[in-house]
Design a protein around this ligand. Sequence first.
Ligand code: SAM
Length: 293
Amino acid sequence: MVKFVHRAVMVQDVILYLDPKQGEQVLDGTVGQGGHAGLIVPRVLPDGRFFGIDRDATNLSVAKESLARWGNRAVFIEGTYRDAKRLLSEHGVKKVDGILLDLGFSSLHVDDPSRGFSFMHEGPLDMRYDQSKGRTAADIVNRESEDELARLFRVFGEEPNARQIAQAIVATRENAPIVTTLDLAHRIEAVVPRRGKIHPATRVFQALRIEVNEELSQLEAVLPDLVDLLNPGGRLVIISFHSLEDRIVKKFFRSEPRLDVLTPKPIRPSLQEIRDNPRARSSHLRAARRNAL
Ligand SMILES: C[S@@+](CC[C@H](N)C(=O)[O-])C[C@H]1O[C@@H](n2cnc3c(N)ncnc32)[C@H](O)[C@@H]1O
C-alpha cells in the first residue's frame, strides 16, 4: 500500500518539452513513484522502451507496481542517475530520445518521519535517499569540524548564521551526540530565533540533505553524460527545486555546444498548480535539444 503519495509537478510542461513519441526510448533518471512516468510510458510504448532509475527502493517499487501492466518494455533500475550511462548499457542501450530529471526529494521523504528529512517531526537524522549506503546526516553533524559544518551550511544552505549554528552544534555534541531531527531543529531554534514564516532550521536541513546525497556534485558530473546519451533531436528536461541546482543546469545548457536551449528562461508552475501543490512553488524547468554536433 502507498502510504506517502507524491504528486508530479509541471506535468504538462514536462510532456510538452520531453515530447515522448511512439517507438522512442526515454529515460526518467528520478522516476520516484512514477507520476511523470505514468504519462510518458503510454506515449512511447508498446513500440518504444522506458527506463526509470531511482535511488530510493521504496519509491521505485511503487513506480514499478503502478506500471507493471506494460511488461518488460518499461524497465525499473535501482541506482543513481549519475551511473545512467553504465546502467543503460547493461540493458544494451547506448542512446535515448528523451531524458527527464525531476531533482531532489519526494513527498515520501518529507512526510515519513522515519526518513529523517523533516524538522517538523521526530525521527532519526538520516536523510539518505539510498538507505543501504553512505553517511547519514547524523554522521555529518556529529563528526565534521566546526569549520566544515559552517562551510556546508553557508554554501549548500545559503545560511547567514552558518558559523553560529556550527558552533552551537559542536558545543552540544561535546555532551551528547545529536541523534534526531528534533534534537537538531531545537538546537538551531535556540541560536537563530524564528522570523517570519520560514523555520530557522530550513536552510541547515537543505544543506545536510544536499551533502548526504551529493546532490550538486552528482548533477554537475552527470550532465555531459546525459548529452552523450541523447540521439540528435533528443530532448533533455530538468526540474530543479533550488537556485543552486538551477544555476548548475543553466550554466551547463549555455556552455554545451551540442545542446540547443529550448527555454531561454526557466518555466515556472502556474499559480493554480502552486495552490494545489505547494511543493511545486520553487520548481524551475529547463529544457534543451541535442543538435547534430
Ligand atoms: C521529485 S522526486 C521525483 C518524482 C517523480 N518525477 C514522480 O513524478 O513521481 C525525486 C526522486 O529522485 C530520487 N533521487 C534523488 N537523487 C537521485 C539520484 N542521484 N539518482 C536517482 N534518483 C535520485 C529521489 O529518491 C526521488 O524519488
